[in-house]
Design a protein around this ligand. Structure first.
Ligand code: PRP
Ligand code: URA
Length: 209
């Protein structure tokens, strides 16, 4: 099955993604770019968040103003690399609650290994924006979404900077109900499950490991 991701094909975003891919971009600039990219992508991916009306008074008149509906969104980060996007996303939606999902990819099997989960108690009642820079095999994202669904979450969207066609197909097969927003769809995965041309290991490049 092939999915139809929402590719955010904006010149500012594409420029920053190209800088991010460059192997000579050091971790401090890499993190800065991931933050900027996350904020641009979040702007698009949060377009369908529900609004409610609130009566307020400006210095000149009363009015009915639009605000984010309560309970507000939850930002879910697939650690580690998702945390860089998370911090930037929190600046755009400071009222959001946070869900940390600890998953890493086993280097040999490429299977997702779960090690941590911590989210708000009313997770199931809120819209979720899941952030992770990379969608390669999609094993990590599929696992994270399954963990969220097991806790009752129904309203979620996934935001990834780079995706492989193989991962998009796997995600669409496992969770066809979850919209995915990507900055670019690359060529393919190599024999070690890395996105080609990609940007390398997002966690290692973010945290100099
Ligand atoms: C990276 C990335 C994704 C995952 C994508 O995390 O941040 O979570 O790989 O690969 P997949 O689609 O094939 O699952 P990684 O496993 O390197 O963990 P880390 O961020 O803790 O280093
Ligand atoms: N995880 C990464 O960080 N990069 C890839 O190319 C694939 C998985």
């Amino acid at each position: 099955m092939t999915s139809s991701p929402n590719v955010i094909d904006h010149p500012l975003l594409q420029h920053k993604i190209s800088l991010l891919r460059d192997k000579d971009t050091p971790p401090i600039i890499f993190r800065l770019l991931v933050r900027e990219i996350a904020q641009l992508m979040l702007f698009e991916a949060s377009r369908d968040l529900a609004m409610s009306a609130r009566e307020i008074e400006t210095p000149l008149a009363k009015m009915t103003a639009s605000v984010l509906a309560a309970p507000g969104p939850v930002l879910a980060s697939i650690m580690r690399a998702g945390n860089v996007m998370l911090d930037a996303a929190l600046e755009i939606i400071p009222s959001a609650a946070v869900c940390h999902i600890g998953i890493y990819r086993d280097h040999d099997t490429l299977e997702a290994v779960e090690y941590y989960f911590n989210g708000p108690p009313d997770l199931a009642d809120r819209p979720l924006l899941i952030v992770d820079p990379m969608l390669a095999t999609a094993n990590s994202s599929v696992d994270a979404i399954s963990q969220l669904k097991a806790r009752g979450v129904t309203d979620m969207r996934l935001i990834c900077i780079l995706a492989a066609p193989e991962g998009l197909a796997a995600l669409a097969a496992a969770h066809p109900d979850v919209p995915v927003f990507v900055g670019a769809v690359d060529s393919h995965l190599n024999e070690k499950g890395y996105i080609i041309p990609g940007l390398g290991d997002a966690g290692d490049r973010s945290y100099a490991t």
